[in-house]
Design a protein around this ligand. Structure first.
Ligand SMILES: Cc1cc2nc3c(=O)[nH]c(=O)nc-3n(C[C@H](O)[C@H](O)[C@H](O)COP(=O)(O)OP(=O)(O)OC[C@H]3O[C@@H](n4cnc5c(N)ncnc54)[C@H](O)[C@@H]3O)c2cc1C
Length: 363
């Protein structure tokens, strides 16, 4: 394939970029290291109900382009939050305190069917053969005719792709692990390595219950805790489903939580939910734990060590052998919503639009 485009990463940014290239009639392929698409969007399923282990919320009042995309794709939204008090847990042996809930502003929303409804809708616009899953990009080489990309399958087989332009739809810290030939400036690589990947150090626990016990207790399902293991807990039930679904962010740093088994950590989470919400919360119908810090296709070692935050990564320098050949379009490259879903869409949209404008004017 010469003259085409290679997208590295099939998260929201890579999939959205593909839909734009598809509409523009450009030849492209997406190379994805995991055996699934979605990246930091991952919705686990239990009896037809999807619960988000990665991204869940968006804020339509400020993320207007993203909200417009959700509308265009015809996806149903759910306002975040249910009426009722919130809980504050200071000590494990003292009942949590109740406080009236506050209204979050700007208002946040989720997708019915989980955030996977977004990635599934984007994927439907991309012919299946254009997404190569289970292919981790290892090197990007400048060759006379253009660019050669070498990807490795899980079995260790090396596959080569040829193209004209590369869109890096993966976090900069992971892009820095790819071998570029000729090498990218060391200053750029070391800068990329230090860009925190948003939410990479986090782990999320979700419990699904077969009854709606929060309503009877007039609880919103929101809680914050100084005791843990979960420090921030929210209700993510589907309204009128008759079920309770709550999730929590584990507050224990990655390296400390790895000293206990996943089963034990889940047990601590269950016990915490029982302390907070009573005996009904003791036995979930289903539970899930996703530790993003342990996932090499999201987190790097430096994500575990540095402060979290949003730092805008630099793009490839405008001079030198790679000038005009590689564009970073993952969420972290978005000036407005770096790290967020809306950032992934904005960044992909800008990157593809600029490239299309440039490549059309060059013809
Ligand atoms: C726990 C959690 C909660 C979050 N909550 C929210 C939220 O509520 N709202 C919000 O707006 N955002 C949230 N986010 C952030 C949001 O998920 C991201 O902004 C968004 O999904 C990023 O999409 P992306 O395509 O830019 O990157 P990613 O989703 O990270 O996609 C990158 C892709 O590249 C692939 N890849 C990596 N290395 C290689 C390689 N060498 N070769 C080929 N492929 C490779 C990865 O497998 C992945 O599929 C959350 C994230 C997490 C982890």
């Amino acid at each position: 394939m010469t003259g085409g485009v290679i997208i590295i990463g099939a998260g929201v940014s890579g999939l959205y970029a593909a839909t734009l290239l598809e509409k523009a009639g450009v030849d492209y392929v997406i190379l994805e290291a995991r055996n699934r698409t979605g990246g930091r969007v991952l919705s686990s399923e239990v009896s037809g109900l999807y619960v988000d282990m990665g991204a869940a919320w968006f804020w339509p009042d400020i993320q207007t382009d993203f909200a417009q995309l959700i509308g265009q794709l015809g996806l149903s939204v759910i306002p975040q939050g249910r009426p009722g008090d919130l809980l504050y847990e200071r000590y494990a042996d003292t009942p949590a305190q109740r406080f009236p809930a506050y209204e979050s502003s700007p208002a946040s929303f989720r997708l019915k069917g989980g955030m996977q409804a977004l990635t599934a809708a984007l994927k439907r616009q991309v012919p299946a053969h254009k997404i190569k899953q289970g292919q981790q990009v290892k090197s990007i080489i400048r060759v006379e005719e253009g660019i050669e990309v070498l990807a490795q399958t899980e079995e260790g087989e090396e596959i080569s792709y040829a193209g004209d332009h590369i869109f890096l739809a993966l976090p900069p810290a992971l892009a820095a692990n790819i071998a570029f030939s000729p090498a990218l400036p060391e200053a750029l690589l070391s800068h990329w390595r230090k860009i925190p990947t948003w939410m990479a150090p986090h782990a999320k626990y979700v419990a699904v219950y077969s009854t709606d016990f929060l309503r009877a207790q007039r609880l919103s399902g929101d809680a914050s805790s100084q005791t843990g293991p979960m420090v921030e807990i929210h209700d993510v039930s589907e309204p009128d489903s008759g079920k309770t679904v709550v999730f929590g962010f584990i507050g224990v740093p990655a390296k400390s939580r790895w000293t206990v088994s996943e089963e034990r950590l889940k047990q601590f989470c269950r016990e915490q939910l029982e302390r907070l919400f009573g005996p009904d919360a003791a036995e979930p119908e289903a539970e899930f734990l996703k530790d993003w810090a342990a996932d090499p296709f999201t987190a790097t070692e430096s994500d575990l060590l540095q402060e979290v935050g949003h730092t805008l990564p630099e793009q490839i320098p405008a001079r030198g052998e790679w000038a005009g050949k590689i564009t970073g379009i993952a969420s972290e490259w978005s000036p407005q919503f770096s790290g967020y879903l809306a950032g992934a869409v904005d960044s992909a949209s800008d990157g593809i639009q600029n490239w299309l404008n440039g490549s059309l004017s060059a013809r």
